[in-house]
Design a binder for this molecule. Structure first.
Ligand code: SF4
Length: 299
């Protein structure tokens, strides 16, 4: 039996798997995430969430390819890539790969040190840039990420703590395609971390269990722990916090998010949308490699 505390219910394996599929289908419908003809690109890390969402989308009948980004984080990247590849190979799926050291000449530890950024900041901006670029060049309609309810509640918690108005205005389960960005959706927002781990076990999906070694000291993990402590005594709090924000508060921050988007122009080196002349990724690559990135250099 699998216990879902916030629903105050126990499920057998079959009904639990159905619950996961139904919650994803409901999120897709409620937030108009996908249409049946969309070409979908799933951002796959080799972890439980991204492999589970890929698996569920395929079961729901969507055409979905995967994209794995090699970040050059030592053994962690080697092994997470192996999990992503074997998931795709065993099911005959198409997995695109971009390798930061091979394709762009630097890895996340080097890039973060050179740019004097914390690793997760350098990593996050690189991932966003490379997902967008892969979706544009591959002609995909939508990028799917495996952010679950725990992730979204923790990000919201951090954004509220620091009143990051523009981030709050963009913290939505769906971001439409505009200003040169592809559409981005998060179909796992109705499911928690524990549920995704149970889903993978029941479906026989092997995933990387180890945490990224660069995650130590990441504020996001601290916010997750704080919310886990609240959830333990008050089940359903994460759900109410996140979905209450979407229903009652999110629209209040739309003007701030839109003001930031209106300032975007094309990066003079790679063409990606950016508020300055050169995008954050091209600046990071230049600091990490010592070589200005030229338009057309990247594949
Ligand atoms: S923990 Fe940080 S550095 Fe590691 S994969 Fe996640 S965002 Fe990147």
């Amino acid at each position: 039996m699998i216990n879902v505390r916030r629903a105050n219910a126990n499920f057998c394996a079959e009904h639990f798997l159905r619950l996961c599929r139904d919650q994803v289908a409901r999120a897709i419908k409620d937030f108009q995430m996908l249409s049946s003809t969309d070409r979908v690109l799933v951002a796959v890390s080799g972890g439980k969430d991204s492999l589970a969402v890929w698996d569920i989308l395929l079961q729901l009948g969507y055409q979905a390819d995967g994209l794995y980004l090699g970040l050059g984080i030592g053994d962690y990247s080697d092994s997470s890539g192996a999990f992503a590849r074997s998931f795709a190979d065993e099911r005959g799926l198409s997995l695109l790969e971009v390798d930061l050291p091979r394709d762009h000449g630097f890895d996340i530890p080097t890039g973060a040190a050179a740019a004097k950024r914390v690793p997760c900041s350098a990593c996050g901006l690189s991932k966003r840039h490379l997902f967008d670029e892969a979706a544009r060049s591959g002609g995909y309609d939508v990028v799917v990420t495996g952010h679950n309810l725990d992730d979204e509640a923790a990000v919201l918690f951090g954004n509220v703590l620091h009143w990051q108005a523009d981030y709050l205005g963009r913290q939505l389960p769906v971001l439409p395609a505009r200003h040169g960005f592809p559409k981005k959706v998060k179909p796992l927002v109705r499911l928690g971390e524990r549920e995704m781990a149970a889903y993978c076990v029941l479906r026989g999906i092997d995933y990387i269990v180890e945490e990224c070694p660069m995650a130590a000291g990441n504020k996001h993990l601290g916010y997750k722990e704080a919310l886990n402590a609240i959830e333990a005594t008050s089940p359903g709090s994460k759900h109410d916090f996140y979905f209450g924000f979407l229903a009652r508060a999110s629209a209040r921050f739309t003007p701030e998010a839109e003001a930031e988007q209106r300032q975007l122009t094309a990066c003079e080196r790679c063409g990606a949308p950016t508020p300055g002349e050169v995008c954050a990724f091209c600046k990071l690559a230049e600091r990490a490699t010592g070589v200005p990135v030229q338009l057309g250099r990247r594949s």
